[in-house]
Write a protein that binds this ligand. Structure first.
Ligand code: AMP
Length: 402
């Protein structure tokens, strides 16, 4: 799905500063963060003829293997970041847990997409929820909490069961606790750090969905087909696309994603995660202002990958087509699979249609994302069965951390 929304372009409908002319291949792109999302961005950018600088606070990171240059930085050292940014034509992010100030320091000297304001909104659950309410997007009932007293008031307002989440720096279920009884409140308040928290009503969803959306500086937006996301231990386990939902719900999810991108004035890629309720309502769970684990299958299964789309959006090029090329599924490969040594990749790759992505991380800790498998098959169910079978063959009995 593509949408054009001229109303949210810059002054008098002009593109934002710096996007009047596209950045063409040969330009130096910077990616803040060095994980697998940065690695796959770098691969897409270099395939298209761009050069890539990885800006990271650690040297031995997956993206470094695919970069022309690695700049080792301290995210709190704004002068250092500005000096690095001065050597780069456009900077983007691969994770949102960097201080928005770091983005602002770089934006003073070069173009930075998405803008540090988008980062500031989406890296804090309190601000993100306020943004969603302000713009009329549906989310689970919630309250922002900054004191124990407010927690008690929030429980009255939202009810139980509910989920208590840290406002910032939570991911993959870290920094959150499910509450079903008032007797749990004191311990939960203490264990989550007694700081800025969000209490959210528990949603009895039938499915978790996500839509990756890109938006260019000319205010055109393009959404990929919704994926169905299945989690295990709060970490994405299997994503499959297209999700088994009605055409109406799929179109609505894409439309909401495009409207959120416009309301954020996003230039770049974002992932909008949704809960689908029993009465077929879509509630926005989270916004990630970057490519997303659930969009990895676009590498094999869509006309343009989410990473190429990020390159195009950041460089001011036309966005690519988002049409699905095949039903597909993606299964994450967590460090647990390495409990008995290197998994048997030859056995996994004997499953027809399966592709292997390994991120080159040196140590395989339980729960750590080490790679993923993607399969394109004639039906989604066959694609899911293929990645699960391939993962089982790679490691028949993984050690599972509880
Ligand atoms: P989050 O980090 O907010 O995406 O939460 C991680 C996972 O926890 C989600 O993908 C859901 O499976 C679950 N979860 C989070 N919030 C809720 C909620 N309000 N109701 C039910 N499940 C939730």
């Amino acid at each position: 799905m593509s949408l054009s929304d001229a109303s949210s372009a810059g002054p008098q409908g002009q593109p934002p500063r710096g996007l009047e002319r596209p950045l063409l291949p040969g330009a130096m792109l910077g990616v803040l963060g060095g994980g697998q999302l940065g690695a796959m961005f770098a691969m897409a950018a270099r395939r298209m003829g761009y050069r890539v600088t990885v800006i990271s606070d650690a040297a031995d990171v997956p993206a470094a293997r695919h970069a022309d240059r690695v700049e080792l930085v301290d995210y709190g050292n704004l002068e250092q970041l500005a000096a690095v940014a001065a050597t780069i034509d456009a900077v983007t992010f691969e994770f949102e847990n960097v201080p928005a100030e770091a983005g602002r320091a770089m934006a003073a000297v070069t173009r930075v997409h998405p803008s540090p304001d988008v980062l500031a909104t989406t890296q804090d659950r309190g601000r993100e929820k306020a943004f969603l309410s302000r713009h009329g997007f549906d989310a689970a009932p919630h309250r922002l909490i900054t004191s124990h007293e407010e927690l008690l008031e929030a429980v009255e307002a939202v009810g139980l069961p509910a989920v208590l989440k840290t406002a910032s720096f939570g991911y993959d279920g870290r920094g959150q606790l499910r509450l079903s009884d008032r007797s749990q409140l004191d311990a939960a308040w203490e264990s989550l750090g007694a700081g800025r928290l969000v209490l959210e009503a528990w949603v009895d969803f039938t499915m978790e969905l996500s839509v990756v959306v890109a938006r260019g500086g000319d205010a055109t937006a393009a959404a990929f087909t919704p994926s169905h996301n299945a989690h295990a231990r709060h970490i994405l386990d299997v994503a499959s696309c297209p999700a088994a939902i009605s055409e109406e719900v799929a179109a609505q999810a894409q439309e909401v994603a495009c409207r959120i991108a416009a309301a954020l004035d996003l230039v770049g890629v974002a992932c909008i995660e949704f809960f689908l309720t029993r009465d077929n309502r879509l509630l926005v769970n989270e916004i990630a202002p970057r490519p997303h684990n659930s969009g990895h299958l676009t590498i094999e299964a869509a006309a343009t990958s989410q990473f190429e789309q990020q390159v195009r959006a950041v460089c001011g090029l036309p966005l690519g087509a988002t049409d699905p090329m095949s039903p597909a599924a993606m299964a994450n490969l967590l460090g647990d699979l390495w409990s008995d040594g290197e998994p048997d990749w030859a056995a996994a790759l004997a499953v027809p249609g399966v592709r292997l992505h390994l991120y080159g991380k040196a140590s395989a800790r339980p729960g750590r994302k080490m790679g993923h498998l993607t399969a394109c098959r004639p039906t989604v169910d066959e694609a899911i069965a293929a990645v699960i079978e391939a993962r089982r063959r790679a490691c028949p009995q993984p050690l599972t951390a509880e």
